[in-house]
Design a protein around this ligand. Structure first.
Ligand SMILES: O=C1O[C@H](COP(=O)(O)O)[C@@H](O)[C@H](O)[C@H]1O
Length: 223
């Protein structure tokens, strides 16, 4: 497991933003566009505050979430809301946002449209994942109804209902996550550090994040 430990969270967020911006810049040197997927939740906001100011050609960057809660943007639970407030601003406001939430009553009604939207913007140039203390990553939760499809199937996006998730979700699938060119996991605190260490010895069904431990660099700071 490749873990980078930082002296504090603030330094980690700035360093990581520079690293991701550098990966996007290098990809744009050789390609017409680049794609980045980022998590929602409570952890990545300060990293977005730095990344949004990065000096790169954002007009050629597709930005998307790794997963979305099936709620409108007006909800405090909306990951899209976080992205609009903290990442798709400053220089990054020129980026093209690729939404995972469409506004239909259920995620299932939007799967064909989401597959069609995602196909041309994959593989991901840069993937940043978060992780919960239950070892879910993106919205691939232990005990979820479509866990097997998300881990082992060939769909790009999978709808998800799980005991640990208060609302229906959509998540990028394990296939999309594993295909990313540059992959990172961002975690903070002693509890998540202990959880990711434990995930190494558990199955993908018990600890979905384990599918990424050989592909991703883990970025961790305690506080
Ligand atoms: O629900 C979610 O949880 C994970 C972890 O969130 P955090 O609040 O513990 O940082 C997040 O990575 C995911 O995108 C989000 O939808």
């Amino acid at each position: 497991m490749d873990i980078v430990e930082y002296p504090d969270i603030e330094m980690m967020m700035m360093d990581l933003a520079n690293k991701l911006a550098g990966e996007l810049r290098s990809a744009l040197d050789h390609n017409d566009f680049a794609s980045i997927a980022v998590p929602g939740g409570t952890t990545p906001g300060p990293m977005f505050d730095s990344l949004c100011a990065a000096d790169l050609d954002w007009s050629r960057v597709n930005v998307m979430l790794t997963d979305e809660r099936w709620v409108p943007e007006t909800s405090e639970r909306s990951n899209t809301r976080l992205l609009r407030e903290r990442l798709l601003t400053d220089r990054a406001s020129a980026a093209r946002y690729v939404p995972l939430y469409t506004g239909t009553d259920t995620p299932e009604e939007s799967l064909d449209a989401l597959e069609a939207t995602l196909k041309p913007v994959l593989p991901l140039t840069v993937l940043l994942l978060g992780m919960g203390t239950d070892m879910h990553t993106a919205s691939i939760f232990p005990g979820a109804d479509r866990l097997d499809d998300a881990l082992h199937g060939h769909a790009r996006v999978v709808p998800m209902r799980a005991p640990g998730a208060p609302e229906p979700r959509v998540t990028l699938s394990g296939m999309v996550l594993r295909d990313a060119i540059n992959a990172h996991i961002l975690i903070t605190g002693a509890e998540k550090r202990e959880a990711i260490e434990r995930a190494r010895h558990l199955s993908a069904e018990e600890a979905p994040v384990s599918i990424m431990l050989r592909h991703a660099t883990i970025h961790w700071a305690e506080s």
